[in-house]
Ligand binder design. Structure first.
Ligand code: PA5
Length: 446
């Protein structure tokens, strides 16, 4: 059995064995496109061997920078959007206490995020929270020109310079950007900021295992060697194109079979509140990779058991276009025993002495069967725990799955042409030089 345990045993009502074997030839072709670069977007496949082929010297510099930040700062303001923040956010949530307050031993820097929206309230309140405390900035942007992070960076850079003066401020700015081009790279070089590289062949949504994710993750006290080791072991495991051997490919094939039957929305589900942002990372990975050419599975999410009390009704009895993929933690980080209560007024005596995680798992088992009976296909990826090693493994599982899945659906999984449309309109409306005519036309339509 593999380290992660992919369970598709509840799909028999929806997918027949022969349908999976019929997919094998298509999977072989998709595997060739992915591994040999014969498919569209082949320049963006460097994440495939990233866990075993990365810049060791830069990796060491990341650790040194994390140590320095933990010594001289109470906050690391991590500025980025999309692929330039979702991976770090999900790793921090997944790997830390639900009430995470700061780096290792509660003495280091707390990682906070900015530049992932245009909310003036959020930015003002973050500045208020930091107050007079020491802080550093990690600006993360491959292009260096994305509006949301660029605005937040301008604001925080000014505060940093006013607080520390230019020389010290320059020692507190860490830039993660393109190796050679882009506005941020020029500014970083001109000011001697410690800078890290987003490799050319790694798109934003695949970049969590580069400095993009690793600097904030290391700053929060996580063992990034373990994270990379998990991903490296997954890289070795998910090499076969054979659907009976490669569970990530099997997951990709099954979701495509379901999609063709009209199950067009996939819900990623968890039973741990600190896995909510894992779903946000996964939604970008899946949605930006697959939603193009007027097709693609719509990635959504639900957090259980919480959302069984809000979305549960819809999932059980609403429009039958949903399927579910659960990421279930088999061994919780902590457990609690349900205590004795005098008089049994709450009627919970039958649970007395049982562990809360046992109850959570029974809820999961009951939900899978109820939803299956209600016409919703359910698959589960069982993960042993919420360690850094497991997270690295899981990241690679979904990355390799979406690469294959995209090619199975006949699209380029590695571009994101649709992301530009809103930017063009926004620039027109904001009066950015070069966009005046677009702005005029849009203003006439508003
Ligand atoms: O995955 C992607 O390509 C996007 O989500 C980008 O990461 C996002 O738009 C931020 O871009 P940049 O890193 O250039 O600021």
């Amino acid at each position: 059995m593999s380290y992660l345990n992919f369970d598709d045993s509840k799909l028999s009502k929806f997918v027949h064995d022969n349908e999976v074997s019929e997919m094998q030839a298509m999977v072989n072709a998709a595997d060739d496109e992915l591994r040999n670069g014969t498919g569209a977007g082949s320049d963006f496949r460097d994440w495939l061997d990233l866990p075993t082929n990365y810049d060791q010297a830069e990796f060491a510099r990341i650790k040194t920078a994390a140590q320095k930040i933990n010594q001289d700062s109470k906050y690391l303001v991590t500025i980025g959007i999309g692929g330039s923040y979702l991976g770090a956010q999900m790793a921090l949530d997944f790997l830390h206490n639900n009430f995470y307050t700061s780096g290792e031993d509660q003495t280091g820097a707390k990682v906070v995020f900015a530049g992932n929206s245009l909310s003036s309230t959020y930015l003002s309140q973050l500045i208020e929270m930091i107050g007079d405390d020491d802080f550093s900035i990690n600006i993360i942007s491959k292009s260096g020109t994305t509006t949301e992070p660029a605005v937040a960076f301008r604001v925080f850079k000014e505060i940093l310079i006013n607080k520390y003066g230019e020389d010290e401020a320059n020692k507190r700015i860490y830039a993660t950007t393109d190796a050679n081009k882009g506005a941020l790279k020029q500014e970083a070089d001109a000011n001697n900021w410690e800078s890290f590289i987003i490799p050319d062949g790694v798109g934003g949504r695949f970049s969590v295992l580069t400095a993009v994710g690793l600097l904030p993750i290391a700053t929060s006290g996580v063992d990034i060697d373990q994270l990379m080791k998990g991903a490296a072991d997954a890289q070795h495991e998910y090499v076969s194109a054979d659907l009976t051997k490669n569970e990530a490919y099997r997951y990709a094939a099954l979701r495509n079979i379901l999609y063709r039957k009209g199950f067009t929305t996939e819900l990623l589900e968890n039973y741990e509140p600190n896995m909510r942002s894992f779903s946000e990372w996964w939604k970008q990975l899946m949605g930006e990779s697959e939603g193009k050419d007027q097709k693609g599975i719509y990635p959504s999410s639900a957090n259980f058991t919480t959302d069984l009390h809000s979305l549960g009704q819809y999932i059980q009895e609403g429009l039958r276009n949903l399927f579910e993929t659960v990421v279930k933690v088999d061994k919780p980080t902590e457990d609690v025993n349900i205590p004795y209560a005098e008089g049994n007024l709450d009627g919970l005596e039958y649970l007395q002495g049982k562990s809360l995680d046992w109850v959570n798992t029974k809820a999961y088992e009951g939900v899978v069967l109820a939803h299956t009976d209600g016409g919703v296909p359910v698959m589960t990826v069982h993960i042993p725990d919420q360690s850094a090693y497991t997270l690295g493994y899981l990241i690679y599982f979904f990355e390799i799955a979406v690469g294959i899945s995209g090619y199975l659906n006949g699209i380029n999984p590695f571009n994101q042409p649709g992301v530009e449309a809103y930017k063009t309109n926004m620039f027109g409306l904001l009066g950015k030089p070069g966009y005046e005519e677009i702005g005029k036309q849009l203003n006439d339509r508003i």
